[in-house]
Design a protein around this ligand. Structure first.
Ligand SMILES: Cc1cc2nc3c(=O)[nH]c(=O)nc-3n(C[C@H](O)[C@H](O)[C@H](O)COP(=O)(O)O)c2cc1C
Length: 211
């Protein structure tokens, strides 16, 4: 497919068939992400592949509407690289750079997947998304808020940081940037009719975006 058609035909898909993508294809998708540019050539992104069904279910507890996904890839920034701290924590002008880096890697990955016949959806993974789907009783809610108040995120067993660290054994120096689900889409949306939020999925004509 021409690059422009590939870009236009990639869609965010949220229901998948359950069929599995091969390990070789998943590696090629990550390779596409690795070759994205990074600010200062810091190459700080790390990729965690989740393929095991039990772990997939654990991950999907905070995005329960996804069904039948083959793989989830989590993208982290590696804060153990000395330049990472200088750029993303100490510098005001470069602190957002790793999010741009992750975005570039993600787009390479979803396009590579589309090119190989697979569908995907980017998933925003924040503490808020994680906690929204936890069914906590009153005592647990109070405990969660208290730990939040005193800034103990990693010790807070109701936090995303705790889930990643304890549940998925992610070291603390890897900070979550984003996730992507991959699989074989069940249905492709009809872009002439479909909306997400207040906008049509189909993009408007170019002049709407030019300023
Ligand atoms: C940074 C980012 C975060 C997103 N997070 C989610 C998400 O958490 N859940 C979801 O269903 N879609 C998510 N999406 C997908 C968007 O809703 C989707 O890109 C948009 O509706 C346009 O549709 P399209 O990707 O098919 O062109 C996200 C997209 C981006 C770029």
């Amino acid at each position: 497919m021409d690059l422009i058609n590939l870009i236009k035909e990639r869609r965010s898909i949220r229901v998948f068939t359950g069929e599995k993508i091969s390990q070789e294809n998943i590696e090629q998708i990550i390779d596409a992400g690795v070759w994205a540019p990074t600010g200062c050539n810091n190459q700080e992104l790390k990729f965690l592949v989740i393929a095991d069904d039990e772990k997939l279910q654990k991950m999907l507890c905070f995005k329960p509407f996804f069904r039948g996904v083959s793989h989830i890839i989590l993208i982290f920034r590696d804060m153990s690289i000395p330049l990472s701290n200088a750029l993303y924590k100490k510098s005001k002008s470069a602190k957002n750079m790793s999010f741009i880096d992750a975005g570039l890697a993600i787009q390479n990955m979803v396009l590579q997947a589309k090119n190989d016949g697979f569908d995907s959806c980017i998933i925003n993974l924040t503490n808020m998304h994680y906690q929204k789907n936890l069914k906590l009783n009153l005592v647990q809610k109070i405990e969660k808020e208290l730990l939040k108040l005193i800034g103990m995120h990693r010790q807070n067993r109701y936090s995303l940081a705790y889930f990643l660290h304890k549940g998925l054994k992610i070291p603390n120096y890897l900070e979550i940037q984003c996730g992507i689900v991959f699989g074989f889409g069940k249905n492709l949306p009809d872009i002439e009719k479909m909306r997400h939020g207040k906008n049509m999925i189909k993009r408007a004509s170019l002049d709407k975006y030019l300023c």
